[in-house]
Design a protein around this ligand. Structure first.
Ligand code: F6R
Length: 609
């Protein structure tokens, strides 16, 4: 949720910290702050609002930490912004995550005479470190002892004014160490320091990193303080341009427009058209896959809508019942899974707290797990038994776009591969499906060419109070995703409904001019039924926007606006149909003057519960 950047080196820390925060601002943007050390004194600059506002001051110092916040405990004020200092102003700390027992710890510290300036759980952590530092005069020991008292999730970086080292620890919130020349970094995402180094080390849960300008040590909270643990150094291979706007007005538009490329990456090396084979390895024993009688797919938000496409595909090919749940429900419902079951998690970030907890619950119950994940090396990617990366590259826009289409392509591979392993499909059927999949980048390119027409339709609905998205079958998932995109960036109330449910209640809300978005695809098994739903809505005066792959007399007499898409088989319809809906949401938000890349109250990568 929040963004962390830290620097220690020969250079001045402030410019690195600010640049890093700008790159990470998508992770949280309601307040920000920096702390450095200069002449043995901690320097602090914090502000409510955006990172931009930190630019008015430059703090001197060659070691520093910084943070951009998405508020959990207390409103986005200057006092609640990170870094937080202990009461002797000697330790500064930034934190991502939630300390669940903070109220109890705060009470205990208050009894010892500590006073607090903020409403945050983080301040408890830094005061606790101060307490233990007073007993040990050793930052690592203070950090260890404080973390032993803490219940919750964290990615933290701290320093002491008399010690030229950064102290970092993670449990549940990602942290990565960047290794440079005479300078080192710690951040919640390598994008923060990518101009300086591509050499990285991902911390694992319960790791502690002690980082100086020329060295680092990784230890573990679980083993003795003398012992170092080995973490393999990796090299970041994605390009800096993927975390910059490259001339686009917004990351969201850039990411919508780059979908032909991101899909090519997802397809690359996975199809062998000469043999008709899928070169995707699913690391699950064949006998287990053959005996599967139930699959659960667990995810949040957009990823959970992609899950419905996965359900459609697996049930279509293999006739295995698939249940889809949002992770925040599934993890607490005492899920009925065991060693015979497969639990699939879908996540762009691979760090979403609810999905990660669901994965751990599944493993605890003995189920096997499989991940459809974007961020390489993320917590989920490391913890699943088997996985498929979507290779969409960094997604910066808070509204997920290219991750959704990548997830749907990956789920196609997954469903086909499972069916192959189980011998549920004939070779020719698999070949046919992958031939279609291969065309997706080209098909998406043709959808994107419709952007000017979609912008025009957006201008017609920009003042709507509410918009419905209705679909059936595989396009119910597309309706779900279309409604989420519109509401999260334009703040127009939008809802999805299974089209057949309209007459059971929601239709009561329709009145003349009420926008209703729907799908008309020739190869949709629900094609005729969709047309009837459109006619029902039209009869109540709704403003019908049809995502359609052809135009005929019935459509022209019922649709007020048509968003053209190419004709594709049902398995690809969510990919093709979602493109105009992403653009529609984008242009509506643009016309309403909304902050598209940083919608209110949201943040990318929800690492808190
Ligand atoms: C919506 C959106 C969110 C995420 C959700 C899950 O545009 O981005 O709904 O899809 O927070 O995130 P991941 O996929 O990272 O687990």
């Amino acid at each position: 949720m929040c963004g962390i950047t830290a620097y220690v080196g020969d250079g001045q820390a402030y410019p690195y910290l600010l640049k890093g925060l700008e790159r990470l601002e998508y992770r949280g943007y309601d307040s920000a702050g920096v702390a450095t050390v200069n002449n043995g004194q901690v320097q602090l600059h914090k502000t409510p609002g955006k990172v931009e506002q930190l630019k008015s001051t430059v703090l001197p110092g060659k070691i520093g930490i910084s943070h951009t916040r998405w508020a959990t405990h207390g409103p986005p004020t200057k006092d609640n912004a990170h870094p937080h200092l202990c009461q002797t102003n000697s330790i500064a700390l930034v934190h991502n995550g939630i300390i669940e027992n903070y109220a109890q710890l705060r009470g205990q510290l208050q009894e010892k005479g500590y006073t607090f300036k903020s409403d945050t759980d983080t301040e408890v952590l830094v005061q606790l470190m101060n307490y233990y530092y007073g007993k040990t005069y050793n930052m690592e020991m203070a950090l260890r002892k404080a973390l032993h008292d803490v219940v919750g999730a964290y990615g933290i970086v701290a320093f002491h004014k008399d010690d030229p080292r950064l102290y970092a620890a993670r449990k549940g919130s990602p942290l990565v160490v960047g290794i440079g020349d005479n300078e080192n970094f710690v951040a919640s995402d390598p994008a923060a320091f990518l101009d300086s180094t591509r050499r990285v080390l991902y911390l694992e849960d319960e790791d502690i990193a002690v980082v100086s300008k020329n060295d680092y040590e990784i230890k573990s909270l679980c083993v003795g303080e003398e012992e170092c643990v080995h973490r393999t150094e990796e090299s970041i291979d994605w390009d800096l341009s993927s975390v910059e706007k490259n001339g686009f007005e917004h990351f969201m538009l850039k990411e919508i427009m780059e979908q032909p490329e991101s899909l090519k990456h997802c397809l690359a090396g996975r199809i062998d058209l000469t043999t008709g084979g899928i070169k995707v390895t699913i690391d699950l024993p064949e006998h287990f896959v053959k005996r599967l009688s139930k699959i659960s797919i667990v995810a949040c938000g957009t990823s959970s809508y992609a899950a419905y496409v996965g359900k459609y595909l697996i049930e279509k090919y293999s006739r295995i019942p698939v249940e889809v749940d949002v992770a925040s429900e599934w993890r607490y419902k005492n899920p009925i899974v065991g060693p015979e079951d497969l639990v699939i998690v879908i996540s762009q970030s691979g760090e979403t707290a609810d999905t990660l907890a669901a994965l751990r619950e599944a493993k605890k119950q003995g189920a096997r797990s499989l991940g459809v994940i974007n961020v390489v090396g993320s917590s989920m990617a490391r913890e699943v038994d088997s996985g498929i990366y979507i290779h969409a590259g960094p997604e910066i826009g808070v509204a997920s776009t290219k991750a959704f289409t990548g997830q749907v392509v990956a789920l196609n591979f997954l469903a086909l591969r499972l069916a192959e392993m189980r011998k549920d499909l004939r070779h020719e059927e698999v070949l046919l499906a992958i031939q279609e999949l291969e065309k997706t980048p080209e098909l998406v390119t043709s959808c994107l060419k419709e952007a000017p027409e979609i912008k025009e339709v957006a201008s017609q609905i920009k003042d709507a109070k509410s918009v419905f998205f209705i679909g059936r079958g595989v396009n119910l998932a597309t309706a779900m995703e279309g409604a989420l995109k519109l509401k999260e960036i334009s703040y127009i109330h939008s809802e999805f409904f299974p089209a057949g449910e309209m007459k059971h209640g929601p239709i009561a809300l329709l009145e003349p001019g009420f926008p209703v978005v729907t799908f008309v695809n020739k190869n949709d098994p629900m094609y005729e039924k969709n047309l009837s739903s459109i006619q029902e809505a039209k009869a109540r005066g709704a403003f019908i926007i049809a995502v359609a792959d052809h135009v005929d007399a019935v459509l022209t007499s019922n649709a007020d606006a048509i968003l053209h898409v190419p004709t594709v088989p049902d398995i690809l319809q969510p990919i093709i149909n979602v493109i105009p809906l992403q653009l529609l949401a984008y242009y509506v938000a643009l016309a309403r003057g909304c902050e598209i890349d940083q919608p209110r109250n949201l943040a990318k990568s929800v690492t808190v519960e």
